[in-house]
Design a protein around this ligand. Structure first.
Ligand code: FCB
Length: 454
């Protein structure tokens, strides 16, 4: 029985924000228009072998030209909020502000924000969802301390322009992915395999966040500002109760989760993790900057990790052979309970003032049926199961204020290209036609509180 048939969403107050999320590079297209500069993802995607289907973010969902139609879809779904990101290379094509700031780039987001507000949808803007201007990557990207200053300058420009209408700002999306997949495994842009850079990059991302928080807040006019950061957090479980597996889980949790949460909420890096990494030189006061008070923590949740201790004292991801794992098209385990566990742990260990689930969703191999509809019962079940866990957490006093489904639209899934569909709205990449999937209809009913379900 679906969650809202059981009446459980009643624990969410009427101002709970139901939304959907996207990011600029994954949907916009128009990568060479209106003065946009090159993004490090344009550059990376052009390298043979980096993207599963050899594609790039051109044309993605052509959202840049279809923004009106897409906002109309959001309205039809009844979304109360929409999380999008701003493409830094549209604003600063050369990675610099001042005279080279691109007015046309700012104008695009200006129009988007107006459209959202005209349709009663609250804009949540993410400043950095991984598309660094390539000009900055050429100068060392996030491993270079100067990028921190450049980010704050960029944040200042964007927040000044939109702060009269946008109250909700997310500085960074998933710094773990930017630091780890971008600089350690090399699966993401800039594609480096330099484990020695992990903590340096993570630190610069966090520092730029901390410096941008007061800047964003100072530009919000016409209502209380809410400024936060989005982390992808993964609950980690040991494979067995053996000491070595337990230790592997503590280390893995430290490398993924605590390394970001501790400086943000406790003003320090976890000492057990610092011991494992090359020395990080920190200037006086930087930890205070990172711990700038935030109004909310954004949480992206997809799955859990089960780890065992592998060779060289490195935790290794594994599975419990006796458990029957349901998996998405990306091979990710479906594990809704992990979201409750994570939220309960965040409250216990970090006590953030508020939490938004800024992404949650699943890729499945959706197809348009003979009836012209897209039936995606597994996504409906996925979303329903996870919303139920959010409701449990809310009932237990965790201050979750909203939930954003990932994603509004099928889109360009980074290294997976167009091969993985996460949308609650289907996109036909040949025609750019949009079809609301069954999961989109389900979400529409959930938001309307009609008490219907799977
Ligand atoms: C998250 C990203 C988002 C999307 C989903 C599936 O890591 O923030 O852009 O790729 O995963």
């Amino acid at each position: 029985m679906a969650l809202h048939e059981r009446g459980e969403q009643m624990v969410m107050s009427s101002d709970f924000l139901w939304g959907a999320a996207t990011s600029a590079y994954q949907i916009e297209g128009a990568t060479r228009e209106d003065g946009r500069g090159e993004s490090m993802w344009d550059y990376f995607a052009a390298i043979p072998g980096k993207i599963a289907d050899g594609s790039s973010g051109e044309p993605a969902d052509d959202h840049y030209h279809r923004v009106r139609e897409d906002v109309a879809l959001m309205r039809e779904l009844g979304l109360r909020a929409y999380r999008f990101s701003i493409a830094w290379p549209r604003i600063q094509p050369a990675g610099r502000g001042g005279a080279s700031t691109n007015r046309a780039g700012l104008d695009f987001y200006d129009r988007l924000v107006d459209l959202l507000l005209d349709n009663g949808i609250r804009p949540f803007a993410t400043l950095y969802h991984w598309d660094l201007p390539q000009a900055l990557q050429d100068r060392g990207g996030w491993a270079n301390r100067d990028t921190v200053e450049r980010f704050v300058e960029y944040a200042d420009t964007v927040c000044y322009r939109l702060g009269d209408r946008v109250r909700d700002w997310i500085t960074h999306n998933e710094p773990w992915v930017a630091a780890y997949l971008g600089h350690v495994t090399g699966e993401h842009a800039p594609g480096l395999t330099r484990p020695d850079l992990y903590l340096r990059v993570a630190h610069n991302l966090l520092l730029s966040h901390g410096m941008a928080v007061p800047v964003a807040r100072s530009h919000v006019r016409g209502g209380p500002a809410q400024v936060g950061i989005t982390l992808n957090l993964t609950p980690v479980e040991p494979l067995t109760a053996h000491d070595e597996d337990e230790r592997a889980a503590v280390i893995d949790d430290g490398m993924r989760n605590r390394v970001f949460l501790d400086p943000l909420f406790k003003r320090s890096y976890p000492s057990d993790i610092l011991e494992r990494l090359p020395l990080l030189e920190i200037e006086t006061g930087e930890l205070d900057v990172i711990a700038a008070p935030i109004d909310f923590l954004g949480v992206n949740y997809y799955n859990r990790a089960i780890v065992t201790m592998g060779p060289n004292d490195e935790p290794q991801a594994t599975l419990r052979p006796d458990e029957n794992y349901e998996r998405t098209a990306l091979g990710w385990e479906v594990y809704p309970r992990g979201l409750y566990d994570l939220l309960a742990r965040l409250k216990r260990d970090y006590d953030p003032p508020a939490i938004y689930i800024t992404e949650n969703g699943a890729a499945f191999d959706d197809e348009v049926g003979p009836d012209g509809a897209v039936h995606d019962p597994r996504r409906v079940a996925y979303l329903d199961g996870h919303v139920e866990q959010v409701a449990r957490a809310v009932a237990d006093g965790v201050p979750v204020k909203g939930y954003f489904a990932w994603s509004l639209l099928d889109n360009w899934e980074w290294a997976e290209g167009y091969t993985k569909r996460f949308g609650i709205v289907y996109v036909d990449y040949d025609t750019q036609a949009r079809i609301i999937k069954d999961s989109g209809r389900w979400y529409q009913r959930l938001i309307a509180g009609e008490g219907m379900g799977v």
